[in-house]
Design a protein around this ligand. Structure first.
Ligand code: ADE
Length: 237
């Protein structure tokens, strides 16, 4: 999977050089290229923005620089995502869907945004990371890269993705490590029993319980079997 990021602030992406993503890039499991939109300015002062037609506060990124930056990296397989609060809210399902793409171009706005004409020409999909407004699309682009990369082969340990929160529509069950007793609280006995079937059942029930307490609205779309539903009914009593 290749990510090309069109941004005016490539330095903001330093955090992706750390930890799991940094290692995955080094090991060629994925590629992240940062394209500075300013490099495509033909202006002698490298200007990329201008005032808004019709008046109003702030500056807008000019269409020609974005167009040229896009044309320098587009491919047959590329899909362009514009990070904007106007987009569809990113979900785990969308993350998984995007992980199947070969080449994502992430367009980051800054200032008041980008001239609509170039957006209409190149953007395939608009994505938001939540109903609040940030200073630019850089942090949302990093959120998208981080979440999508976890589905790319070789980035995480084998079963990490299938076991986690949201993988089956439920939140994750509680987990424990040594010591066996901490501040007088013992690790649940079943987890030390070595009985895999019982451990699996306990984790499933705990996941349903946690979801019911913290995010009950998720249960409407979670995949629950008859036993799960029975347990949920008991919880509700
Ligand atoms: N740009 C500014 N705010 C944003 C948000 N919430 N999601 C995506 N891009 C943004």
């Amino acid at each position: 999977m290749k990510f090309d990021v069109l941004t005016l602030f490539p330095q903001m992406f330093e955090p992706l050089k750390q930890s799991i993503i940094g290692r995955a890039v080094k090991n060629n499991k994925m590629e992240i290229n940062l394209i500075n939109i300013r490099d495509f300015s033909k202006d002698k002062h490298k200007k990329v923005d201008d005032t808004v037609y019709g008046g109003g506060a702030g500056m807008l990124i000019k269409p020609d620089v974005v167009w040229d930056a896009y044309n320098s990296i587009k491919s047959e397989k590329s899909k362009v995502i514009y990070l904007t609060p106007q987009g569809k809210t990113l979900s785990q399902g969308k993350v998984e869907e995007l992980s199947k793409e070969e080449h994502l171009i992430l367009l980051c706005g800054h200032y008041e945004g980008i001239d609509q004409r170039v957006l209409d020409k190149i953007v395939d999909e608009e994505i938001s990371i939540g109903d609040y407004v940030l200073t630019g699309g850089e942090i949302p682009a990093m959120v998208l890269i981080d979440s999508v990369s976890r589905y790319i082969d070789g980035v995480l340990a084998n079963d990490s993705v299938s076991e986690e929160s949201f993988a089956n529509g439920l939140l994750e069950y509680p987990q424990y490590t040594r010591p066996e007793e901490f501040l007088g609280i013992k690790v649940p006995e079943v987890l030390q029993s070595g009985h895999h079937e019982n451990i699996k059942k306990w984790r499933r029930k705990e996941a349903i319980k946690v979801t019911y307490i913290k995010r009950p609205e998720l249960l409407k779309i979670a995949k629950l079997d008859d036993e799960d539903k029975k347990f949920l009914e008991e919880l509700k009593k």
